[in-house]
Design a protein around this ligand. Structure first.
Ligand code: MG
Length: 386
């Protein structure tokens, strides 16, 4: 079935989330603002469509015209593997313009198209392992807002609320610059200790703190987390330095999870598995070039007897989680005391990742990626199309 057209709608939606200079999300304090999101539509010659969302700047007109349309239009939409490799081939000469994230959005639309065409959720095409998964509540990074996530006690009170909501696991993102008092290893440990004290021994806890700690700071934090019975430590150091992670993982009983933000998709992760730089591998569909590539990481981990915990929320990641055995959790968030994650986004008719009171997210049975898209809202709020 030939791909006839690839179109993008950029639309506006209300948001209460603001971003700091490092790109970290926080709860805004004033009235809701506006944000822009892009919907990529892949249309085949029979009129069938597949959809994927992404940042407009990632799939801007130059990227679509120079690489994506040249690669895909006229090709068989079912040939995901071949088309994925063709896009990767075009990355070589793109001077960094065709990113893994752009490829991910394009190939997510192909998966969505295939699922809709065949009347199946994408996870059934990928493998089909489960229909529900335990979610951990993943907090936003720390801030300086009274009643927000400004103190260890704030984290403790918020953790109690998350447990009451049903979460059986919580991942804490602590303070990072530009927060005035960050980074501070002792304050990070104090927050972890306060949360453990608040939720008791039966809730799984993880830490994802400042990403540029020294080896000795990371080891200090890791040893403290061992005493607190944490499930893992995530990205406490620069991931470009595989040597630092080999050094850290070699000294901690605490599982080290990673790499999350490192480039190189499954290729770089093979070295992490072989060198023992982590105990649990990590990949997410948006960051590793799509569902196709993320699945390769999960299967790589399986070959090493390792779990692969999937990075981030969203429809594509949820479908991967539904198709693999070797992960324990779905990352639900980011969460903050001032934000209601269970509120349906304006561009959807229902939540993609609804969670019950026992902490299980039930995977959608809609065909494709399973997003319940409100196309009328998107049409009414489109500000640019190309
Ligand atoms: Mg992380």
């Amino acid at each position: 079935m030939k791909i006839e057209r690839i179109a993008v709608h950029v639309f506006e939606h209300p948001t209460r989330i603001v971003r700091d200079s490092a790109g970290h999300a926080h709860a805004g304090t004033g009235a809701p603002g506006k944000a822009r999101l892009a919907l990529l539509r892949l249309v085949t010659e029979d009129g069938a469509e597949g959809y994927a969302f992404g940042p407009p700047e990632v799939i801007r007109p130059f990227v679509l015209d120079s690489f994506v349309r040249k690669s895909l239009v006229g090709q068989d939409a079912f040939d995901r593997e071949r088309l994925w490799h063709d896009l990767v081939h075009r990355q070589r000469g793109s001077a960094g313009q065709l990113t893994d994230r752009a490829i991910s959005i394009v190939e997510q639309a192909q998966w969505d198209w295939a699922g809709r065409k065949l009347g199946l959720p994408v996870r059934k095409l990928l493998g089909g392992f489960r229909d529900k998964v335990r979610a951990y509540g993943s907090t936003m990074c720390g801030d300086e807002q009274p009643g927000g996530l400004a103190t260890p006690e704030d984290y403790a009170r918020f953790a109690e609320k998350l447990v009451a909501r049903g979460y059986k696991g919580i991942k804490i993102h602590t303070w990072m610059p530009p927060v005035a008092f960050a980074p501070d290893p002792r304050r990070d440990v104090a927050a972890c200790a306060a949360v453990r004290e608040a939720v008791g021994p039966d809730i799984a806890l993880m830490l994802d703190g400042y990403h540029w700690y020294s080896r000795t700071d990371a080891l200090y934090i890791g040893r403290a987390l061992e005493r607190l019975g944490f499930a893992w430590i995530e990205e406490p150091m620069e991931e470009e330095s595989i040597e630092s992670y080999v050094w850290l993982a070699g000294q901690l009983e605490l599982p080290v999870v990673g790499p999350e933000s490192l480039a190189g998709r499954f290729l770089s992760r093979a070295a992490w598995a072989r060198e023992g730089a982590c105990d649990i591998l990590r990949a997410g569909a948006p960051g590793t070039g799509g569902i196709t590539s993320c699945l390769k990481v999960a299967h790589l981990a399986e070959a090493f007897g390792m779990n692969c915990e999937i990075h981030g929320n969203g429809a594509a990641n949820l479908q991967v989680v539904g198709a693999i055995r070797n992960c324990e959790w779905y990352e639900r968030g980011l969460l903050h005391p001032f934000i209601d994650y269970d509120e349906v986004p304006a561009w959807l008719n229902s939540l993609t990742d609804p969670m019950d009171r026992e902490g299980f997210v039930h995977l959608p049975n809609r065909p494709g990626l399973g997003e319940d898209i409100n196309l009328a809202y998107i049409e009414a709020h489109t500000v640019e199309r190309y």
